[in-house]
Design a protein around this ligand. Sequence first.
Ligand code: FAD
Length: 362
Amino acid sequence: MTGAEETEILVIGAGLAGLTAAYILQQAGHHVRVLEGAARIGGRIHSACPLGDAHERVDLGPTWVWPKWQPVVAKWLEDLSVPQFDQYDQGDGILDGYGPTPYRQFLPGQDGISRIRGGPSSIIDALFLRLAPDTVVLKTKVAAIEPTATGLQATTAEGRTYTAGRIILAAPLRVITEQIDIPGLPKDLLHCMQTTPTWMAQQAKVVASFKAPFWRGTGLSGRVASRQGPLVEIHDHTPADATFAALFGFVGWPPVARASDPDGLKTAIRDQISRCFGEEAERPENLLVQDWSTERLICSTADLMGPPAHPDVGPDLLRHGHLGGRLWLAVSETADVSPGLIEGALNAGETAAERLRSSLSA
Ligand SMILES: Cc1cc2nc3c(=O)[nH]c(=O)nc-3n(C[C@H](O)[C@H](O)[C@H](O)COP(=O)(O)OP(=O)(O)OC[C@H]3O[C@@H](n4cnc5c(N)ncnc54)[C@H](O)[C@@H]3O)c2cc1C
C-alpha cells in the first residue's frame, strides 16, 4: 500500500449515513471514496417522478421528518438549504374495516410532522453535489474486507480490490454480516449486528397519483387507518407545488404474498382506494409499488424471516472503531439518537466521521 492509500478513507454504502460521513471527512481535508453496490445513490431514500421529470418527486422510501423534535435533521436541512413543508392533515380521516363500510372520523395529526420538498432525496442530492467529483463509484458491491500490513483491503463481488487506511461500513448491519466476509470481527459485535433489525426493510410502499387532491374538497385529510387492507395506512402525499396529487400507503400483505401475486395486489389496492375515497379514486394516473423486501442490499434474510421491529439504541460497541481502529460502522441503526430514522442516519454519519477523525489525531 502506498502512503496515499494509507490515508485514504473508503466508505461502503452511499445511503444517507455514508454520504454524510463522506461529506464531513472531505470537508476536513481527507481523501474519501464511496463504493455503492446499487446503480443509484440514496439506499432506503428513494424519491421518484411518477409523471416525468417536469413534476415533483414522490417518496418510495421515507417521507417524514420531525425537525421540531429532531435537532440533527433541522441542522442539516438548514445547512444544505433543503426546504420542508407541512404534512397535509386537515379534515377527517377514514376508518376502513372497522365496520361494514368505511366511515369518516377525525384522526389527529402529529405535532411537527414535516415533508421535504422534492422528497428526502433532496438531502441526498444536496450532499452528493457537495462531494468532490468522482467520489462515488456505483454498482460496486463489496464482498470482503481484510487487514493488510498498514490498512484494510475491500474486495468487490467481481474481485476488484480497493485499499485504504480506514473503512466506514455504511450498509445495513445484517446485510454486512450476511454478505461481507470480514475475518477478525469481535463475536459480541457480530452478535449485536445480527440481532439489529433494519428498519422498514420488509416494507412495501405504494404511491397512487391523481390529477388533483379531490379528497381535500370533501373535507378529507387523505388519511386512512385500515384493518382490511391491503394498505394498512394511507396518507396524503401531494407534492408541495400541487401540480398533481398523490396518496401513499404501506402494504399489510407479507412479502411472500406480495411476491406471489403482484397484479392481485395492485387490483386490491385500487379496490381499497376507491372503497375509501369513491369513484374519483378508481383510476389513479399512476400506481407505484416499491417492495423493499426484494432489495438484497437493504433487506437481509434475517429481516425477511423475522418480525419487523424498530431498532433500540444499540451499545456503544456499534460506534467504536474495530480491527485496530481501522473499521467503523455508520448506518442509521448504529445511531444513539433516533436509530432507524433519517435523523439516525445523519447522526450515525456524523458520529463515525468525527470518531474516526479523533482516532487519527490520537
Ligand atoms: C418504506 C420506508 C419508509 C421509511 N419512512 C421513514 C420516515 O418517514 N422517516 C424516517 O425518518 N425514516 C424512514 N425510513 C427509514 C430511513 O429511510 C432510513 O433510516 C435511512 O434512509 C437509512 O439510511 P442509511 O444510510 O443509514 O442506510 P441505507 O439507506 O440502508 O444505505 C445503505 C447503503 O449501503 C449499500 N450497500 C449495502 N451493502 C453493500 C455492499 N456490500 N457494498 C456496497 N454497498 C452496499 C446499499 O445499497 C445502500 O445504498 C423509512 C424507510 C423505508 C424503507
